[in-house]
Ligand binder design. Sequence first.
Ligand code: NAD
Length: 442
Amino acid sequence: MTLRLTVIGTGYLGATHAACMAELGFEVLGVDTNVQRIEELSRGELPFHEPELPALLRKHVASGKLRFTTSIQEAAEFGDVHFIAVGTPQRAGENAADMQYVDSAIASLAAAIRKDALIVGKSTVPVGSSRRLKSIIHDVAHHGAKIDFAWNPEFLREGFAVQDTLHPDRLVVGTDSPSADQKLRQVYAAALRRDTPYISTDFETAELVKVAANAFLATKISFINAFSEVVEVVGGDIRTLADAIGHDARIGRRFLNAGAGFGGGCLPKDIRALQARVSELGLDHTMQFLNEIDEINLRRRERVVHLVTEELGELPGKTVAILGSAFKPNSDDVRDSPALDIAAKLFNAGADVKMYDPKANKNAAKRFPRLNYCDTLPEVMEGADIGVLLTEWDEFKMMKPYDVEQQVKQKKIVDGRNVLNPQEWKDAGWRFTALGQRTEAP
Ligand code: NAD
């Protein structure tokens, strides 16, 4: 019998998972409490930007393999395996993760299930959550229903979400139920046939794998950014430094790109939630270094504001063109985006801030409506006293000095992602500054 799947929570993770599971041949029902989102998805319209996903969504909405609903009751009746993909944002005013959405989704689903089923958590949660949730399921479950439970953290990257879901580099499943494990092997059979590593473990390890991976990646980024701070004082070239240490296979070059630091809906809140959880467990010092990782990351944003201020002398009356608002390229996600944060800081300090992102203008404008949003690169550079590249979209990486020199008021550029060729810009008569490079006096 082919398993029928549901995905509860159809944001960046859930909508991707749902469409990819349909692509693998399953019948899938996506569930969300957000009515507008469900209406859009049901029409085959993706409410956010993710490469390759619109085509997959349209294909499987049209084929009838993929449907959407707001009814948890319908999901409980339909599904054999239910994936939980709701948000776990940072709690307001605290570092800890807000578990209310996971708790409520699982409790309402478990209470509605009337047949044998498997609930699989995919959201990123504090260690210890699975056991707590398992006891909630036990408390609310109907007597006639046997509900299995597993935690299966998700490692997809926005911008590559479809490929990461269809071709994951590993699968991690935490459970104490052999039948849950067996069902998930059925769900992931296509990946298993390609010998994708499948790590079957306990709940705690599965939960920790996800936050450990994110803590490691955040550390790598802040590590190179800490060296940027040194290079900015003594001189040197951070890109060469990263290339040179990156040749060591034990270190590796990826995630060693010095720049305005990490952001998004995962890394920042996940390292904070990990610290909070570990403190709750009485291990106050164990993850304290993550506080430093966070601080280094946030200091990079201040550094960009400082560089721009130094270059312009004063901000009021000056026009700053910000290139990019998404937290990374190929995404429209502006959650905790360094670019948007820096833009807001410059605006609040009196600059006239223009902003252009190939995909994220709409989301950025929702969060910070007071900036002057532009639809093209030439438009954002028009009249600019300085350009500041903060999201490394290809369009910006490929930008040449002569592409924009007619538009700007002053030929000044700050490369906040270390993706432009400094010599090219300097040779074209631009004042070029970047993170991780010592700046000569303006
Ligand atoms: P998101 O905010 O884009 O989506 C969450 C969705 O859940 C929203 O559409 C919301 O309306 C819905 N929701 C909330 N409560 C619900 C309920 N009770 N029933 C049904 N729907 C409900 O978040 P996201 O980026 O997709 O992240 C979801 C989880 O996955 C988080 O824990 C995140 O850390 C984790 N994760 C995200 C990514 C990523 O790249 N975005 C990668 C790996 C893991």
